[in-house]
Design a protein around this ligand. Structure first.
Ligand SMILES: [Zn+2]
Length: 104
C-alpha cells in the first residue's frame, strides 16, 4: 500500500490514531531515558521495521492470515521508506501564491 496518493477517511483516521499512540510512546521514552531525539526517533523507526517482520511472518508459512496479503520484503520496505520520507518533509508553503493573491 502506497500513501503517496491521497488517503481515504478510514486511512486518515487510522493515521491520526497511530500518530497519537506513537507520540505518547516517544514522549515516554524521552522522559524515561537520556536518549537524544534522533536516537529515540531511530528506535521508533526500528520498532516499525520489527512490526513489519512480525506481520509479514503472520502471512507466511503453513497457517497464514487469510486476508491474502503476500509480503514482498524488498518492495514493502521501499514503500515504508517512501512513507517515512514523505511524511517527514516540511510542508511546502506557497508564499509566492499567497503574496500574489494578497496583491491582486
Ligand atoms: Zn492478513
Amino acid at each position: 500500500m502506497q500513501f503517496a496518493a491521497p488517503m481515504d477517511d478510514e486511512a486518515i483516521a487510522a493515521l491520526e490514531q497511530l500518530k497519537k499512540t506513537v507520540r505518547i510512546a516517544f514522549c515516554g521514552v524521552m522522559q524515561s531515558t537520556r536518549l537524544p531525539p534522533m536516537a529515540a526517533l531511530s528506535l521508533a523507526a526500528m520498532a516499525v521495521g520489527s512490526l513489519y517482520l512480525e506481520v509479514a511472518a503472520a502471512h507466511r508459512g503453513d497457517n497464514p492470515c487469510p486476508c491474502g496479503w503476500q509480503p514482498r520484503s524488498a518492495s514493502d520496505v521501499e514503500a515504508l521508506q517512501t512513507s517515512l520520507a514523505l511524511s517527514a518533509e516540511q510542508p511546502r508553503a506557497n508564499f509566492h501564491a499567497i503574496q500574489v493573491a494578497g496583491n491582486a
